[in-house]
Design a protein around this ligand. Structure first.
Ligand code: DP6
Length: 325
C-alpha cells in the first residue's frame, strides 16, 4: 500500500491557458512542452499511513485547502482500486514550490504514479496522463519525458485528453535557464487565473484560436530542431497568453519590471547573435532556452540583472517513474 515516484517539471512552448471543462480539467486547446531534468518532485504515498488524507511537502504539513488537487487524484485511484483508506502523501521538490516553476505539474504527475502504484493499479501511460490531468492540467505532460504534446481531445468524458510523447530527451539538447526572481507562492493560482481570464478577457478567445497554428509550427520546429522557428512560436504563445491575462478584469499581471528586464536582455542577446529565447508562466520567473554552448555567457549576463535571486539550469528530462525503496 506504499509506493514512491519521481516526476520532472515541464515548461510549455505553446501554452495551456483556458478550460473547456473545469471539473474534468479539459483544456480549451492543446499545448506543447519540454520535460526538464533537475526540477523534480519525489512523492511517497502510503494508503493507511495517516488517520485522514495528509499532505507533507518539503517537511511541512499543508493546510486542508492545499489538499484539494491531490484529493481529486487520490479519490479517483481509491474508487478504481476499491479502497477506502486515507493516504499519507510525502513530497519533496528539488526547487522552490509555487512560484511559477511548475511544481504542480511535477507534483501531481508524481502523485498520480505513486498513488496508483500504491493501490496496486498498473496504469498504461495514457491512462496515467489522464489521471495526472485531473489533478492539474499541465501535470499530464510530465508523465512523459522530452518533448511532449497534450492533445486537447474532443470527448466529453476527457478520455482522449492526454499527453503524447513527441521526441525523447536525447532528440535535442535544449537547455533551460530558470531565472528566479521570486520564490514566493503566486497570489492568483493558475486554476483561478484561467477562470478569471475566460470570464473577463476579450483577448482570451483570440489566444485560444491561435493555439492550433502554433502547435503545428512548434511540432515541426521540434522535429527539425529549428531553434529560430521555436523561438518565434514560443515567445508569441507566451506573450499572447500574458496579453489575455492582462486584459482580464480585474487584470492578472504576473510579470514584474524585473521579469521584463530579463526578457529585454534575452532579446538584446539574440540581437547580438546568441541563439536564446524566453518564456514565462503564471508567475514572475522567466525561463530562457538555449543550446548548451551559450549557457555560460547567458548565466553571466542574466545573473547580474537586478532582482535575480538564483539561476537554475535544467536539461531535457525523463518521464515519471517509480523509485525503488
Ligand atoms: C501558465 O496546469 O497549473 O503554466 O490545470 O488549473 O491545475 P490547472 O493549471 P496548471 O496551468 C499551467 C498553466 C501555465 C501554462 C502551461 O504550463 O501550459
Amino acid at each position: 500500500m506504499r509506493a514512491t515516484a519521481r516526476a520532472c517539471a515541464n515548461i510549455a512552448f505553446v501554452k495551456y491557458w483556458g478550460k473547456r471543462d473545469p471539473a474534468l480539467n479539459l483544456p480549451a486547446a492543446g499545448s506543447l512542452s519540454l520535460t526538464l531534468d533537475g526540477l523534480h518532485t519525489t512523492t511517497t504515498v502510503s494508503f493507511g499511513g495517516a488517520a485522514e488524507d495528509t499532505l507533507v511537502v518539503d517537511g511541512a504539513e499543508l493546510p486542508p485547502r492545499a489538499l484539494r488537487k491531490a484529493q481529486v487524484v487520490l479519490d479517483l485511484v481509491r474508487r478504481q482500486a476499491g479502497l477506502e483508506l486515507p493516504a499519507l502523501v510525502e513530497s519533496q521538490n528539488s526547487f522552490p514550490t509555487g512560484a511559477g516553476l511548475a511544481s504542480s505539474a511535477s507534483g501531481l504527475a508524481a502523485l498520480a504514479l505513486a498513488s496508483s502504484a500504491a493501490a496496486g493499479l498498473r496504469l498504461p501511460p495514457e491512462a496515467l496522463s489522464v489521471l495526472a490531468r485531473r489533478g492539474s492540467g499541465s501535470a499530464c505532460r510530465s508523465v512523459f519525458g522530452g518533448f511532449v504534446e497534450w492533445r486537447a481531445g474532443v470527448r466529453a468524458d476527457g478520455s482522449d485528453s492526454h499527453a503524447v510523447p513527441l521526441c525523447p530527451p536525447e532528440h535535442w539538447d535544449l537547455r533551460a535557464l530558470v531565472v528566479v526572481l521570486s520564490e514566493e507562492p503566486k497570489a492568483v493560482g493558475s486554476t483561478r487565473g484561467m477562470l478569471a481570464t475566460a470570464q473577463s478577457s476579450p483577448f482570451q478567445p483570440a489566444f485560444v484560436a491561435s493555439v492550433d497554428g502554433d502547435l503545428a509550427e512548434a511540432r515541426r520546429a521540434v522535429a527539425e530542431r529549428d531553434l529560430g522557428a521555436l523561438t518565434r512560436v514560443a515567445e508569441r504563445s507566451c506573450l499572447r497568453m500574458h496579453g489575455a491575462m492582462m486584459a482580464a478584469d480585474p487584470p492578472l499581471i504576473y510579470l514584474r519590471p524585473e521579469s521584463w528586464a530579463v526578457i529585454r536582455a534575452v532579446r538584446e542577446l539574440r540581437g547580438a547573435g546568441l541563439p536564446v529565447f524566453f518564456t514565462a508562466d503564471a508567475g514572475p520567473n522567466v525561463k530562457v532556452f538555449h543550446p548548451p554552448e551559450v549557457g555560460r555567457e547567458l548565466r553571466q549576463t542574466l545573473g547580474a540583472l537586478p532582482g535575480v535571486s538564483r539561476l537554475i539550469e535544467a536539461r531535457p528530462g525523463p518521464g515519471a517513474s517509480l523509485v525503488e525503496p
